[in-house]
Design a protein around this ligand. Structure first.
Ligand SMILES: Cc1cc2nc3c(=O)[nH]c(=O)nc-3n(C[C@H](O)[C@H](O)[C@H](O)COP(=O)(O)OP(=O)(O)OC[C@H]3O[C@@H](n4cnc5c(N)ncnc54)[C@H](O)[C@@H]3O)c2cc1C
Length: 335
């Protein structure tokens, strides 16, 4: 078994341009999802069921990791609050609860525009995507998966013998044969698929994020929920005086400085302590968003060719359910 990627996780020090996964904040917004039926809800609900098992299996002594919860999403209008209230009633069994504005269940910090309360989800939250990748690498190593840091430049249909069904051509000129190829290359997927007659367009949607250091000793982030979502921005405490902030949603490949500034000052509503916080690091990454198809792309395209990519804004949340789906496709073929 081989994993091909010229660009897998390096130091885990986040700055500048990163892969989607390295850039990610790792927020799991599963149970707070607005819809209660259809594919998007089923995928989220199943992934949230699988996450605790994944954490248990993956977390090891050298890189322990856990789900940082709860997640609190503040309502920005009366209408949104009523919607959240109904959702909380409906999903009580999944750990959802409506909380009024500024209660102790929140985070004991005066927060702008917090007039309508919010939706508290005890099982949603956040996992550290860098630790996740380190742990995945550890497990791949245990499973004797060979990591090859090379770009695949093309795929070719091979012979009828199952073990030679797919020929993989690498950038360094080496060719290798496999019975099954799983394409999970996000924005790189379309170039591999098009010559084979499978046309999928995936567009880049850029996201910028920040790690801030607070310069106001009176603010103590240790009382905060695992994730606070206010006006569509995620605030994630990573220490008493450290906070992750993200992510912007920008079309194309080039980060916009103004969009970043607007996010940091919350369109002018940021409290002083947030405005005064200094930037420890700034990074960005591209999300792969399928055009004319709902995210993610999960398709068994032809014998031995599986597409599992294009997760847009939810690739971390949906990682377990994606892996489960891929496993099912392979088992079906093995019959
Ligand atoms: C700023 C930001 C914040 C985000 N926050 C969240 C969040 O809070 N929660 C959440 O669930 N999701 C979040 N996301 C989205 C999530 O990160 C992505 O959906 C997910 O990481 C996609 O994973 P991926 O492996 O498909 O793509 P990527 O992580 O982009 O990886 C694709 C890999 O494919 C490799 N590749 C491409 N072409 C080839 C080729 N020809 N041969 C070999 N290798 C190739 C690339 O080198 C790359 O390493 C965020 C994204 C960004 C940018």
């Amino acid at each position: 078994m081989c994993l091909f990627d010229p660009n897998t996780l390096k130091a885990g020090n986040r700055s500048g341009k990163l892969s989607g996964t390295e850039a990610s904040l790792g927020v799991l917004m599963g149970y707070v999802f607005r819809r209660s039926k259809g594919r998007a809800w089923r995928l989220r609900a199943r992934s949230m069921q699988l996450w605790p098992k994944w954490i248990e299996k993956l977390s090891n002594k050298s890189v322990p990791f856990e789900l940082q919860n709860p997640l609190l999403q503040l309502a920005s209008s009366k209408e949104e609050a009523s919607f959240m209230e109904a959702l909380a009633k409906d999903r009580k069994k999944f750990g959802l609860e409506m909380v009024p504005a500024q209660t102790k269940k929140q985070f004991q910090t005066p927060w702008p525009n917090n007039k309508y309360g919010g939706l508290l989800s005890y099982q949603d939250g956040r996992i550290d995507p860098i630790k996740l990748q380190k742990n995945l690498k550890y497990v791949l190593n245990e499973l004797k998966v060979t990591e090859i840091n090379q770009k695949i430049i093309s795929l070719e249909r091979g012979s009828s013998k199952p073990e030679n069904r797919w020929r993989v051509h690498l950038k360094n000129g080496v060719n290798m044969s496999f019975d099954t190829v799983i394409i999970c290359a996000a924005l790189g997927a379309q170039d591999l698929l098009q010559p084979l007659g499978h046309n999928y367009q995936i567009e880049p949607v850029l996201g910028q994020a920040l790690e801030l250091h607070l310069n106001s000793p009176e603010e103590d982030l240790s009382k905060w929920p695992g994730v606070l979502i206010s006006q569509g921005v995620n605030f994630i405490p990573t220490g008493k005086d450290r906070l992750l902030l993200g992510a912007t949603i920008e079309h194309g490949n080039i980060p916009n400085n103004l969009t970043l500034k607007q996010m940091k000052n919350m369109n002018g509503f940021a409290p002083d302590w947030l405005k005064q916080a200094s930037i420890n690091s700034h990074w960005y990454g591209l999300r792969g968003r399928p055009v004319n198809h709902p995210a993610p792309l999960l398709n068994n395209l032809e014998p031995g060719l599986i597409l599992a990519t294009g997760h847009y804004r939810n690739g971390i949340l949906l990682a377990p359910v994606t892996a489960e789906w891929v496993g099912e496709q392979i088992s079906k073929e093995d019959g």
